[in-house]
Write a protein that binds this ligand. Structure first.
Ligand SMILES: [Ca+2]
Ligand SMILES: [Ca+2]
Ligand SMILES: [Ca+2]
Length: 335
């Protein structure tokens, strides 16, 4: 039986499907070729409301980001339903230059940049089931790494880019696996009848953080990258999931609903020093660190619809990246 706690990843798909009012059909065979046309960033439109100051609340100071603010290329990938189904877009950190990378009538979700920033993993149901795809960072050459009927994803890279860790129900319930970057040599890391997913590979390569309901509610765990020595980090009511390692490996950002609302928290990898970063009673999801560790991007419903935000890790300063009618979710910063 599928437990309610498996929804952290599925939630975003449900939100987007509800928002566009219909379930997407599998894409025609020609769709990958359409996505192979690299979009031109120079002519790309800006996010509606880009650069608007965040309407501050509870002592949070409004912040203005420019594309150089967080390090890396200054670009973020995210999911938008503005074309009627979920697509992977990119945007500059100041909300300018929107580019649709997927252009596919199927659902395209869960973008994750490779450590060198040159490729993106994502999840799509364009071939029927939700499978793990890799494409170039400009949207060209999408390849299905896990064809077949299982629900695969999300997926993340090892820090050296040689391997991919991912979740899948191929063995009957959600487990965590690794495989080579070309989809070969699948190795199973977890074996139990409970949900294991929401994974993130540590920058040093030795640990994988993940969420599991093996002890009851959904909680955060870390284990060796070979599946050894799982250790529980959170002991709270509600769901704890969607971990993201800070670039220096010293902190894990994650989502917790311990007080009834999904908010962003951070914690040390040994489970100490929990900090509540976003405090408003709303829906905050999908934390992702900027390459220099200065900001945590996330999506939030605090202004009504789903928008992208960035916040300093101490929660004191926040900015809106998008302000629009469509739903923008699941931001990840390009290295
Ligand atoms: Ca799509
Ligand atoms: Ca399991
Ligand atoms: Ca929006």
């Amino acid at each position: 039986m599928k437990k309610l706690t498996t929804i952290l990843f599925l939630l975003i798909i449900a939100l987007l499907a509800t928002a566009c009012g219909s379930k997407a059909e599998a894409a025609p065979e020609s769709a990958p070729e359409e996505a192979a046309k690299a979009p031109d960033i120079a002519d790309a439109p800006d996010a509606p409301g880009a650069g608007q100051p965040f309407p501050g609340a509870d002592g949070v100071t409004s912040l203005q980001l420019n594309p150089a603010s967080g390090g890396g290329t200054g670009r973020l990938a995210y999911i938008s339903d503005q074309d009627g189904n979920s697509e992977i877009y990119t945007v500059s950190a100041d909300g300018t230059n929107l580019v649709n990378l997927t252009n596919n009538p199927a659902e395209d979700v869960a973008p994750v940049y490779s450590p060198d920033g040159q490729k993106l993993l994502f999840i799509s149901n364009r071939d029927g089931a939700y499978n793990i795809f890799v494409m170039n960072a400009d949207g060209s050459d999408p390849i299905n790494l896990t064809p077949g009927p299982a629900f695969d994803g999300p997926a993340v890279w090892s820090p050296d880019g040689s391997q991919i860790a991912f979740a899948s129900d191929m063995d009957g319930n959600n487990e965590i696996y690794t495989m080579n970057a070309d989809g070969s040599n699948i190795v199973r890391l977890t074996t139990n009848e409970d949900y294991d997913g929401d994974l993130a590979w540590s920058p040093a390569g030795d640990l994988i953080a993940f969420a599991s309901d093996r002890d009851g509610g959904l909680n955060l765990y870390v284990m060796g990258a070979d599946g050894s020595n799982p250790a529980r980090l959170t002991f709270t009511d509600g769901d704890n999931g969607q971990p993201a390692w800070s670039p220096d490996g010293s902190r894990i950002a994650y989502v917790s609903s311990r007080d009834g609302f999904y908010k962003i928290y951070t914690i040390d990898p040994d489970g100490s020093n929990e900090v509540n970063v976003t405090k408003e009673d709303t829906l905050d999801l999908f934390p992702a660190w900027s390459p220099d560790g200065s900001y945590i991007a996330f999506n939030s419903q605090r202004t009504g619809g789903m928008e992208l935000f960035a916040v300093t890790p101490d929660g004191s300063q926040m900015t809106m990246i998008t302000y629009s009618a469509p739903n923008e979710t699941d931001p990840v910063w390009q290295p």
